[in-house]
Design a protein around this ligand. Structure first.
Ligand code: ZN
Length: 218
């Protein structure tokens, strides 16, 4: 049985994302997004653990290759392993450790850029196939209407927001595909901080969208 086979028994996009994570198929920022989701909320830990076990069973089911000269091979393997560099103890109440390491700085040292009144962004630079951003939205603010060429996967880190697909609070993952023209609105009463990964540049719709598109430069 391949991972693909049981990737999404329920057809939920979130299950596909979790399966891709368990299979080790996700890139840096998206991997950190799912790891952070699991660290904040216990809901999906059992599901991911089950997928990882199935993946392990698959590996064990493979015919074992004969190992010759075991000692030399083990020595070569140990030589090839670099001890992991000590990592700074990043992470805080808002940003969990896995995500803090991807962002590479303390949350209170993030160089925010205002993109609209009440909406600030910090975009991670080094992404080639997609974009990853931290977003800070003031209470009650609505993001400009937009669609995506690909998926936009958003993890709520603080506060919450509502769009056509539902209401999301800290630890929740929202997935918007290319079909959804959405206008996420931050909850009243608390700032909303999110980490969003898109696998294609956003395509903004409407007048505000065109304005923002100019500011964003695409
Ligand atoms: Zn979106």
């Amino acid at each position: 049985m391949s991972l693909h086979h049981f990737a999404s028994p329920s057809g939920r996009p979130l299950d596909e994302l979790l399966a891709a994570y368990a299979a080790g198929h996700l890139s840096g920022p998206l991997h950190a997004l799912v790891a952070s989701h699991l660290s904040i909320k216990p809901d999906n830990r059992a599901f991911v653990a089950a997928l990882e076990t199935l993946k392990g069973d698959e590996l064990e089911a493979m015919a074992p290759a004969p190992i010759t000269n075991r000692e030399a091979r083990l020595a070569a393997i140990f030589d090839a392993i670099d001890p992991p560099a000590p990592r700074p103890a990043l992470g805080c109440d808002v940003v969990p450790g896995p995500l803090a390491r991807v962002i590479g700085r303390e949350f209170n040292a993030v160089p925010w850029r205002t993109v609209l009144p009440g909406i600030k962004e910090f975009r991670l630079k080094e992404e080639v196939d997609g974009e990853a951003s931290l977003l800070w939205i003031r209470p009650g603010r609505t993001m400009p209407s937009h669609t995506h060429d690909g998926s936009e996967i958003t993890l709520v880190l603080k506060g919450g927001f509502t769009d056509a697909t539902g209401h999301y609070t800290r630890g929740d993952i929202a997935i918007a595909d290319s079909e959804i023209d959405h206008r996420p609105r931050a909850d009243e009463g608390e700032d909303c901080v999110c980490f969003a990964v898109t696998d294609a540049p956003l395509r903004l719709t409407g007048t505000v969208g065109r304005l923002v598109q100019r500011i964003f430069g695409h």
